[in-house]
Design a binder for this molecule. Sequence first.
Ligand code: ADE
Ligand code: ZN
Length: 338
Amino acid sequence: MADIRDFIEGLPKTELHLHIEGSLEPELMFELAKRNEIDLPYASVEEVRKAYQFTQLQDFLDIYYQGMGVLQTEQDFHDLTMAYLEKVHSQNVMHVEIFFDPQGHTDRGVSFDTVINGISSALDKGREEFGISSKLIMCFLRHLDELSAEKTLDAALFHKTKIHGVGLDSSELGHPPSKFKNVFERARREGFKLVAHAGEEGPPEYVKEALDILKIDRLDHGNRSLEDASLTERLADSQIALTVCPLSNYKLAGVTDMSKHPIKTMLQKGLKATINSDDPAYFGGYMTENYLAVANALPLERDEIITLAQNGIDATFCTEKEKEVMHEKLNAYIAANP
Ligand code: ADE
Ligand code: ZN
C-alpha cells in the first residue's frame, strides 16, 4: 500500500471551488504592486502572511478585497491564473472550475474585459501546456445589491462563450440567496449553470433558499446543512454535490480542530462531498494540502479518499464522455497504486 501522502499527491484530482483572486500569493502581490506602482500596507511577504489571522469570514474578506487591488491589467490577471495552473498541475489536478469576482474589479475601475480576457487566455494556455481542462464561473458579490448583479450579468453576456456558470459569494450572513432570485432566474434562462455559497457561515435555511429559490446545480460549502436532518437527507437523496474546503473551514473558524471536520460524516450520510481549496494563498494550501489535512486528522480511509476524488469528477460540469475519461485516468492510478 502506497504511503497516504504519496497516494494523495499523485491522485488525479479536480478542483471545483477556487476563487482565482484567492490564489494571489504574497510574492506575486508584491511583484504586481511594483509593476503597477501601488503602495502596499505591508513591508514584506512575511508581514503579509502574519496578517492572515482570521476569526470569521468577514476578517478574511476585508484582506482579500484589499489584496486584489494590485490586479490592474490583462497581463496581471493572466499571470495570476497561470501561477495557479502551474501550481495545481504539479499536484496532478486534471480539471478546474474556477470562480472570479468581476465586481471586485469593475468597482475600482478595472474593466470586465480586462479581467475576463486575462483569465481566459491563461486557461487556454493551461489547456495547451498542461492538459488541464477548465470552466469559468462568475460570482456575484452578495453584499452588493441585486441591481449591481444584474449589470454584471449584462456584461457577462458579451463573453458568454467564456463563462460556464454563475455563482454567489462574499459576506453570507444577512445576505440570503433569496436576495438574488431574479438575477439567478435570468442567468438560468441564458443557459448558465448555477452555484451558490450557502451554509458556510449562514444557517441551513440559506441552503434551502439556494436550492428552492435560486435552483442551484451545485452547493458551495454547505457545511451547516448537517444541522438539519431533513435537509441532509434531501441533499443525500438528490446527490447534489457540495464543494467542501477543509483548510478554509479551519482558518475561518467554522471548524476549530481538523479532527472535527465534517467531511467524513458527510460521506457517511451519503452526501456527494468533494474536496477543494477556496482561497489557497490565504488558507495555507492547494488541493493536495486540503486532502492531506482531512486524511491525516480524521483520519480518512483510502476508500474514502477515492470516493472524494470520484465525487470530484461526477460533480464537474463536464459532459458524460469527459467525466468517463477522467474516471478512467483515476481508475488506472488506483490500480497502479494498490
Ligand atoms: N470569496 C472568496 N472566498 C470566499 C469564501 N470562502 N466565502 C465567501 N466568499 C468568498
Ligand atoms: Zn468560496
